[in-house]
Design a protein around this ligand. Structure first.
Ligand code: 6PG
Length: 213
């Protein structure tokens, strides 16, 4: 069962939640909402010394590429911080499949993450789990290489089993363009990948623009 919180500012509510929960392990997301959330969190100057940072999905591009989720997180959130570890997904292997296999092993060995941050696309995707993708049916892997002709770059992504093992999943959803997707997810429309997310605890932080019809 998910908890839906209507908040005035999604980025500030995300920063509040992370500071309050103080996860020892966190998987970061990508996209504009995540960028805003990480900017707000950085302003709280959290203590990263005991935190292991992971990435819930990534585009298969160099970290210095403008589309890199890790590159964004390093610029916006982690610059000057010294986490216990930053587990790069983009550089985990010399090919997307090798990176996925290595990260799968890393997650298997590490165990459940305290917090997985997820965004929501207007089509109901989350991480790099897109509608109709074979990646949605993977049950024997925690991390896979995926991609299609509709989305830029080959991708690396947590699978549903990886997300389900998290103690807490936090969705951050802002703006009217997410309204229909969020309504469908909350109504349990399993054609929308985000509606299939399960975890120890699932919290949606959403603003009025995304929540109200
Ligand atoms: C990615 C993200 C993706 C993102 C959503 C929302 O790598 O693109 O992980 O799942 O979180 O597409 O992105 P916006 O906040 O930019 O709409």
């Amino acid at each position: 069962m998910a908890t839906v919180c209507e908040v005035g500012s999604v980025p500030e509510a995300f920063a509040d939640l992370v500071v309050q929960r103080a996860p020892r392990s966190i998987a970061l997301s990508g996209g504009g909402t995540a960028t805003d959330c990480y900017r707000a969190l950085r302003a709280r100057t959290p203590d990263w010394s005991g935190v292991e940072v992971f990435f819930g999905d990534e585009r298969s591009v160099p970290v210095d590429h403008p589309d890199s989720n890790e590159g964004m997180a390093r610029r916006v959130l982690l610059e000057g911080a010294i986490p216990a570890a930053i587990h790069s997904l983009a550089t985990a292997g010399t090919t997307p499949e090798a990176a996925a296999l290595a990260y799968d092993g890393l997650l298997c060995g590490y165990g459940p993450l305290d917090l997985v941050h997820l965004g929501l696309g207007p089509d109901g995707h989350t991480a790099s789990l897109f509608p109709g993708s074979p990646a949605l049916e993977v049950s024997d892997r925690l991390v896979i290489a995926t991609g299609d002709d509709l989305h830029r770059h080959p991708r690396l992504t947590f699978t549903f089993p990886a997300i389900a093992s998290a103690r807490l999943v936090v969705f951050t959803v802002a703006g009217t363009e997410k309204r229909d997707a969020l309504a469908g997810v909350l109504a349990g429309d399993v054609a929308l990948p985000a509606a299939r997310v399960r975890a120890g605890e699932v919290v949606f932080l959403a603003d009025a623009a995304a929540l109200r019809a």
